[in-house]
Design a protein around this ligand. Sequence first.
Ligand SMILES: [Zn+2]
Length: 349
Amino acid sequence: MTIEHAGAVSRRTFLASTGLAATAAWLGPPENFLVAQEPSGGSAGSGGDEAGGLVPTFRKQAQTAKITVEKLRPGSPGSPASNISILIGSGGNIAVLHGKDGKLLVDAGLAGSRPQITEALAGISAEPVKHLVNTHWHFDHTDGNEWLHESGATIIAHENVRKRLSESTRVDPWDSTFPPSPAGALPAFTLRAAGAKDGAMGMTLHLNGTAIRIDAYQPAHTDGDATVEFTDANVIHLGDLFWNGHYPFIDYDTGGSINGMIRAAESNLAKVGAKTIVIPGHGPAGGKAQLSEFRDVLVAIRDNVAALKKQGKSIDEVVAEKPTATFDAKWGTFVINGELFTRLVYAGV
Ligand SMILES: [Zn+2]
């Protein structure tokens, strides 16, 4: 699998699949990105800081990103509001739990959005950020780690997040090599997952009147995925184990796979109830129905691609057969289109 994927999802393929619209959608409402530069690619083997590449483009756009705050269960007469909000617009969705014990954030957004994120957090409540949980190591979820730690947050994540952030880490489809992160950006508390089932290893925090269950997963989107469940509020953040209404990226370079994504989706479906609010890494908050549909799409496309590959077809021949066709209009309009998702799946079947 790891040998095949290098040719299966090249930098060229990924960059060809992501244009201005997708880039804008990654970070927020399109009106903020009308002057954005389309990623130009750059040379192979260069770093994530290369001007004009995909990752630097996202980081640059983060500086002007507009952050939207969405309160979950805002409350109605007779039912209390929850103290959980989502910040949308800088990288992956950021969940915020606030209260007298200080804020807990799930994911950190992009560092360039620090002023807007700071303002959004201040608009929710005055308490400082005391805890930050990373759902996985990807830059659009951990880029803000360093400044949040400097501001007083203790970082918690799967042990492989610390490992990936400690080392130089290459993601071929993004044409990016991420240098080791500064010490302050590394998780101080880590969860082990080796040899366990999804959710068998984890920890529970008790803050702001709710239990917060953090579960470590077996390799799925990466090899360091975790979910965060606000037990009393019946809200769960699944990170990039769930993209609501969008094909997901799958990071084979750091241990992800399509079958891991499907297994994790099954684990999460078993975990959530009919009234659970399910926060995805990307896309709007949803519920069990949207998560179930996401699982169904992954399974259907995995089976389509596997059947074609079994016939001996090359990756380009499988792409030409359009095994995602029935889903593309709804699922293929974000960062990952039908062709790229086919290539990501082909690499793992
Ligand atoms: Zn990710």
